[in-house]
Design a protein around this ligand. Structure first.
Ligand SMILES: Cc1ncc(COP(=O)(O)O)c(C=O)c1O
Length: 349
């Protein structure tokens, strides 16, 4: 296929299947890291810009301002190049440095929030305040405000179309929740096709989306930290279960998946895979269980994939590997022939 726009590379991502022996279930990983900006957020970033241009809120040659932990910013930076817009990303120290470098490489202007924050504290409230203030000061600028922007959730209709056409009947969807845009757009869409599809949203321990007490966490891009308010884009009514995952479970799972399958997934996806396998193992979900690989481990080589970084923060937990081996029928993983492929591609039904 010959394409002439980078945004044409968004979507039609492959699906990898991880069989779960003895549980009548398979975990179908929609590899969203294959989008051009390396994450699921490319879909909503393009959609928010197209919607703003269509409505006249944003004019050609205008300025887009957004608060982002990185992936939305990368998606917006790509779309901004293509639509001839100036893009200013307001970030904090919690964003992975490589994500910021990518935004800069794509021509985005980076503004850091001021103030002193712990390294595991997300300064999202200040980020949003600063982005809104910047947009009001710059003529022709629009604050995208992904947390309250309906075009965020609206950006996932193609994701739903793709999984339904590739997989057919979907029994469960397990996804991360940050702004809730992806969860809302995907869960709503899947329930239109099959109201019985079980939808499970995973937030980091310390995030306040499902009413638990807030405290700092290291998972990047996902969750809503204490002090922030849950975005208007999140529709709780399409979510059947909201659950939490610890940083160590999320990160150890990402490392495990890399070593056992060769697929590098980011920390938030590690958490989703852990919870999906836990619920499959306990019989809560079965059949075709879909999860999105929100982004790739390439963005976290110095954190999630650094043993020193994990050790310094007491995030290593070898019991997670034993549990995952047990759930995936790899109790004898040491003796298991390593060349046996346990991931395989899903072809159109
Ligand atoms: C890696 C990663 N995981 C999860 C999320 C959460 O997605 P959403 O904002 O759609 O809830 C994001 C959002 O930026 C992300 O970058």
């Amino acid at each position: 296929m010959i394409l002439n726009k980078v945004t044409d590379l968004i979507g039609n991502t492959p699906i990898l299947c991880l069989d779960v022996p003895g549980k009548h279930a398979r975990l179908l990983l929609k590899v969203e890291k294959n989008n051009p900006g390396g994450s699921i957020k490319d879909r909503m970033a393009r959609n928010m810009i197209v919607a703003a241009l269509k409505s006249g809120r944003l004019s050609p040659g205008g300025v887009v301002v957004e608060s982002s932990s990185g992936n939305t910013g990368i998606g917006l930076a790509i779309a901004a190049v293509e639509f001839g817009l100036r893009f200013i990303a307001v970030v904090d120290h919690h964003a992975a440095p490589d994500k910021i470098a990518v935004m800069q490489a794509l021509g985005a202007e980076i503004r850091y929030v001021e103030g002193h924050y712990r390294e595991d504290e997300v300064a999202v409230v200040e980020r949003q305040r600063m982005a809104a203030a910047l947009a009001s000061e710059i003529p022709g600028a629009v604050f995208m405000n992904q947390s309250d922007n309906a075009a965020n959730a609206g950006g996932y209709s193609e994701f739903v179309r793709e999984v339904v056409s590739e997989i057919g009947g979907i029994d469960a969807y397990v996804g991360c929740v940050g702004t809730g845009g992806s969860m809302t757009g995907i869960a709503r869409g899947l329930k239109v096709h099959n109201p019985q599809t079980k939808t499970i949203a995973v937030e980091p321990e310390g995030s306040i989306v499902f009413g638990q007490p807030g405290h700092p966490y290291y998972q990047s891009g996902t969750g809503t930290p204490a002090g922030d308010t849950v975005g208007l884009v999140l529709d709780y009514s399409c979510i059947d279960m909201g659950v939490q995952v610890s940083d160590s479970h999320a990160f150890e799972t990402a490392r495990y998946i890399a070593r056992r399958t060769g697929l590098l997934v980011g920390g938030s996806t590690g958490g989703v895979i852990y919870k999906a396998l836990e619920f499959i193992h306990s019989g809560v979900i079965r059949g075709n269980v879909v999860a999105a690989v929100a982004d790739g481990g390439e963005k976290y080589l110095h954190t999630v994939f650094s043993e020193n970084w994990l050790e310094e923060r007491s995030l290593l937990d070898p019991r997670v590997w034993e549990r995952l081996d047990g759930w995936l029928g790899q109790a004898d993983a040491e003796e298991a022939p390593r060349e046996v492929p346990r991931l395989h591609a899903v072809h159109a039904a």
